[in-house]
Design a protein around this ligand. Structure first.
Ligand code: NAP
Length: 530
């Protein structure tokens, strides 16, 4: 690393960055990863809030590039907690000896393409410069916390935590009055745990959310044995499903089912738990009427669980189910039966101000000792644009993406040669099981670099036309989709001033794999290689 010049510079040492280092090293290339955090794991390094765990089952939310790894690693719970996923990332870093190529505590601030030298030059917050023929942004889709500008926040006298940037030391809420702002996945996981400690918990809810019980518990040893005996088959099946998760997806129409059939299928999936609830019928995300049958079922469950009918009504979502990402919880709705938990509606009257010791809503002070901000992320583009990326002719990516991201396959951007994005906007990424999806991107990018090396090619750049066609294709699918009718971070609508563009590719994982692999098989059609 002495001369700070590599074949490839990777930004980020989360799951994508780790696998990239492994692949590139195996290809005989020199590579280094610059990581803002003090350790590996990305999302799972930062999101240490109470109750944090994956909403995809452990046996599927894992790498498949090494059969030895997937055979030897033992998950302990059906849905792995954050601490175990972080241990897994650390194990991978050690097992494949990746740490020697990672520079920690190094936040990249800019990346400029030096056309004369055909090199990317990355500058970091420590004043360091690192050069690479290729630059790969492995910065994750949910890695920049969204911090709304709450009036008076700086005057609050107690501690303030953001779920997406949680302290490493355990935070003890015992005996404290705590406020949680937000009711997305992060809040829904942390609220039951915080409520178990706090003297009183105020939940400030702007939009009620759908959540399905996780029914988490110790992992079923029989299932582990079965999966491990047939891992490749399970991985292959997963790749044929829209979200890349091996599960039972019912293709039948909810509109053609009898009320008894609807109830039986939803009840079965509610009891099974987890995200695949939305796979109950084939048209839930195609027809509002079909969607309503599932939404009504969940609303009825909320009314059954929550004893106070007014609170139950406040917790019943009114938008479609699956518009925002479905949440998976452990005792979320039950938490509102505690005398020590108060739900505060901040839709009809938004948070006015945060004072030294309270959150003020509609002129009323809710007194708290600690505040948890669970307001999510500047998703998909946030981490990429946090780096000032300057391509050919001095063009800033921030300018190019001012009206929304433009990318070819979510992998490359016209005007930015030899720059790749892993799970970038325009790829299925966040709508799928991220681990296998990012592996597919890392494989595609590594194979592409291998193709260039074998032919002595120095530069690859997405063509403007190919990029325009892909952006149009992504938009056409989104425009027709029910999913895009709900405000969500997929649309950027959660961040003030962010352009309203549905960012991920809604065409499903199989179609995306088919198209991206076809591009490669056709000699990287839509790219110019020199
Ligand atoms: P999120 O889904 O964006 O939720 C943010 C919450 O904060 C929403 O309830 C939002 O209300 C609220 N909010 C934002 N600004 C507000 C304001 N000014 N005043 C009041 N409320 C405000 O963020 P997240 O919960 O961190 O989850 C983001 C994504 O991360 C998830 O969808 C999921 O993909 C991933 N995640 C996964 C897991 C898991 O694997 N189990 C766990 C956590 C997160 P509105 O809805 O009204 O905007």
């Amino acid at each position: 690393m002495a001369e700070n010049k590599f074949d490839v510079v990777v930004v980020g040492a989360g799951f994508a960055g780790l696998y990239l280092l492994h692949r590139l090293r195996k290809m005989g290339l020199s590579a280094c990863a610059l990581e803002a955090g003090g350790g590996v794991g990305g999302t799972w390094y930062w999101n240490r809030y109470p109750g944090a765990r994956c909403d995809i089952e452990s046996m599927q939310y894992s790498y498949q590039f090494s059969d030895e790894l997937q055979q030897e690693w033992e998950w302990t719970e059906r849905y792995a907690p954050q601490s175990e996923i972080l241990k897994y990332a650390e194990h991978v870093a050690d097992r494949f000896d990746l740490r020697r190529d990672i520079v920690f505590n190094t936040k990249v601030t800019s990346a400029r393409y030096d056309e004369a030298e055909a090199l990317w030059v990355l500058e970091d917050r420590n004043g360091g410069h690192t050069k690479g023929r290729f630059c790969i942004m492995a910065t994750g889709c949910l890695s920049v916390p969204n911090r709304p500008n709450f009036k008076g926040l700086e005057t609050f006298s107690g501690p303030v935590y953001h779920t997406g940037s949680w302290p490493h030391d355990r935070v003890d809420f015992t005996g404290l009055r705590v406020g949680v702002i937000g009711t997305g996945s992060s809040a829904i996981q942390s609220i039951p745990v915080i409520a178990g400690e706090a003297a009183h918990l105020f939940v400030f809810q702007r939009t009620a959310n759908y959540s399905i019980p996780a029914h988490n518990g110790p992992i079923d040893a029989e299932r582990v044995k079965k999966v491990k005996a047939n891992y490749p088959e399970m991985r292959a099946r997963a790749k044929t499903t829209l979200p890349g998760i091996d599960a039972r997806y019912n293709t039948a129409s909810a509109l053609e089912a009898t009320p008894e059939e609807l109830r039986a299928e939803y009840e079965r999936r509610w009891q099974e738990g987890g995200l695949t609830f939305n796979g109950a019928f084939g048209d839930l995300m195609l027809s509002k009427e079909a969607n309503k049958t599932a939404a009504d079922f969940v609303r009825a469950k909320i009314r059954e669980i929550v004893r106070d009918p007014d609170v139950a009504e406040m917790l019943c979502p009114t938008n479609i189910i699956g518009g925002k990402r479905l949440c998976v919880d452990s005792g979320y709705f039950e938490t509102f039966n505690r005398d020590t938990v108060t739900l505060v509606d901040v839709r009809s009257t938004p948070i006015e101000e945060i004072t030294a010791d309270a959150v003020r809503v509609g002129g009323r002070d809710h007194e708290i000792d600690a505040l948890v901000i669970a307001t999510g992320f500047d998703a998909m583009t946030g981490a990429i644009l946090n780096v000032d990326i300057v391509g050919r002719d001095g063009r800033r990516l921030r300018d190019k993406w001012a009206d929304g991201p433009r990318s070819y396959l979510g992998l490359a951007v016209s005007g930015y040669p030899n720059l790749f994005t892993v799970t970038g906007p325009g790829s299925p990424s966040v709508l799928t099981n991220m681990l296998p999806t990012l592996e597919q991107h890392v494989d595609w990018i590594s194979d592409c670099i291998g193709y260039m090396e074998a032919r002595g090619l120095a530069s690859i750049e997405a063509d403007r036309d190919a990029e325009d066609d892909w952006v149009d294709h992504v938009r056409e699918i989104s425009d027709a989709a029910l999913k895009t009718t709900t405000n969500s971070w997929y649309l950027g609508s959660n961040v003030a001033g962010k352009p309203r563009v549905f960012m991920p590719y809604l065409g499903g994982l199989p179609e995306y794999i088919r198209r991206s692999e076809q591009v490669a098989a056709d000699g990287y059609e839509g790219f110019t290689l020199i």
